[in-house]
Ligand binder design. Structure first.
Ligand SMILES: [Zn+2]
Length: 520
């Protein structure tokens, strides 16, 4: 604790520094070219003015329509030249130099450890995460990288797709605890557009992750919007903010927000060997309901803005530029990492069927025409009482005494896509069950085809129902049904639906066959 007291009390003496936010204050050492310097300070300049707040008026954070530059640009972006920043690593306390360099198209945000033999490179993704206490740490083979979230946040928030982040240690410098030193560095490098198109992923379905009183939800959205509520365990310092992230809002509203820590936690963190390089230069300290910081708060809700900064950095580990509305309540690195992993999984599943799809110029083989035991649509309509829009079988390609293979072509013209969901068409799971029931019913109806009276099949129960993947327009649903038990007019069947040979849903069905017009 002595060590702590010494370190923090020394810096507390700087609280009397003349830096106060004012309209005449210098915005930063490296302002954006679009934002000219304010008039020079009339007062003697402070010794650490690059970390002083720039005046930030409040302004509406949400944009009409939700579309923004974070994802709108069609081309990838990188840096035009390299630039470096030096400082202390927060957790190890080491002196470290970070250099940002241009990256090749499609290379992503890549760390390079020049202090290690062979200068190994790591493009961090969620599978590499090994520690999440107070920082995001990734490991690949023998290469470890700590506290990578602030520099990743700056690059992603400024819409830089490809860059090399060169380090001569395992951790970037913490500098002032915000991402502003890195957005400043990005301006020093300059941003250039590359010829290659940018890949962006819109969530196909919502993601919800809960951990006790913490939660994070991501919804499909045309842009990157983050809604965040931050609060500590004591229920104080509660703050809330919604913001659409694009390079302009990110740089002005999010990047300057500094990291913070609770005073009572500091001793424990130091015992664990964490925050060795911590000081009031690099963090806001919360002591009870008081806020202690070397310079005045940069925003009255600086804490929630830093939480948003961390989310922007941590979701880079999904490996894809994301369009989503993220709603977070008391988030932390562990929760953010789980979201990044879930986004990554959804993105990889979304890409998988496309990877298997035939090349554009390849001949697409139509399903075989019904032959022998198979049924075409007229025969199906003769057998089934269902009519538009409830015919869920287009063709039967194979029919035996106790099994059937049928297909249903799913098109955007299906009436249910109007409401399920606008802009995000997904075939309702219950209609896949209906398709299975009609397929199984067809086996029973064909078995009784010699009977004189017309028949209708009624569905009695569904068991072991599983939905594994979303079915979307363009998919051909292959419906497989096999009778497992027939007793009188009651039958059981094991059924599944497949797309591209992969099971998308399955169920065990029980149904009965009755004379058409009879009471069920
Ligand atoms: Zn942070």
């Amino acid at each position: 604790m002595l060590h702590l007291s010494h370190k923090f009390i020394v810096h507390c003496s700087l609280l009397g520094c003349s830096c106060t936010p004012s309209a005449t204050h210098l915005p930063s050492l490296e302002p954006s070219p679009k934002k000219p310097l304010s008039p020079p300070l009339p007062l003697p300049p402070c010794s650490h003015r690059e970390f002083c707040p720039k005046p930030l008026e409040s302004r509406p954070l949400q944009r009409e329509g939700g579309v923004n530059n974070y994802v709108k640009g069609m081309k990838q972006r990188t840096l035009s030249k390299e630039a470096s920043v030096k400082g202390k690593a927060l957790h190890t306390g080491q002196e470290v130099t970070l250099t940002l360099k241009p990256g090749a198209p499609n290379s992503g945000l890549v760390f390079r450890r020049i202090d290690l033999f062979g200068k190994p490179e790591v493009r961090p993704v969620s599978e590499m995460i090994t520690e999440l206490e107070r920082k995001t740490t990734v490991s690949s083979d023998a290469v470890k990288l700590h506290t990578i979230e602030h520099v990743l946040s700056a690059l992603s928030g400024m819409a830089v797709d490809n860059a090399i982040i060169e380090l001569d240690a395992s951790e970037p410098p913490i500098v002032d605890g915000s991402a502003r030193p890195f957005t400043t560095l990005i301006h020093q490098c300059g941003i250039v557009e590359q010829a290659e198109a940018r890949e962006v992923f819109t969530l196909t379905h919502p993601i919800t992750i809960n951990e006790g009183s913490r939660s994070i939800i991501a919804l499909p959205f045309d842009g990157l919007r983050i809604t965040c509520t931050s609060a500590d365990d004591r229920g104080i310092h509660t703050q809330h903010l919604t913001i659409d992230i694009d390079p302009e809002t990110y740089e002005a509203q999010i990047a300057p927000a500094r990291t913070f820590t609770i005073y009572e936690d500091i001793e424990e963190l130091l015992k664990k060997g964490l925050i060795q390089g911590g000081s009031l230069d690099s963090a806001i300290i919360l002591k009870g309901d008081k806020v202690v910081s070397k310079e005045p708060l940069r925003f009255k809700d600086e804490l929630v803005r830093h939480k948003i900064l961390d989310i922007v950095g941590d979701i880079v580990l999904s490996g894809i530029r994301l369009k989503a509305h993220i709603i977070a309540v008391r988030p932390g690195h562990a929760l953010n990492a789980r979201l990044a992993a879930a986004v990554r999984k959804q993105w990889q599943e979304f890409k998988a069927p496309k990877a298997k799809a035939a090349p554009a110029n390849a001949k697409i083989e139509a399903p075989k025409a019904p032959m022998g035991s198979a049924l075409d649509i007229r025969q199906i309509l003769n057998a089934l009482p269902h009519r538009y829009p409830f015919v869920m079988v287009d063709r039967v390609v194979e029919l035996t005494e106790d099994s059937l293979v049928a297909i249903k072509n799913v098109t955007i013209n299906e009436p249910y896509f109007q409401g399920h969901f606008p802009g995000q068409p997904v075939m309702p799971g219950v209609l896949q069950i209906e398709a299975m029931a009609q397929a199984a019913g067809l086996i029973m109806l064909r078995r009784g085809a010699a009977d004189e009276a017309p028949k209708v099949v009624f569905f009695m129960s569904a068991d072991k129902v599983k939905f594994r993947k979303a079915v979307t327009p363009g998919d051909t649903l292959e419906i497989r049904a096999k009778l497992t038990k027939v007793r009188g007019r009651i039958a059981a069947a094991e059924c599944e639906c497949l797309v591209n040979g992969e099971t998308v849903s399955s169920a065990d069905l029980l149904f009965t066959i009755t004379d058409s017009g009879a009471e069920a």
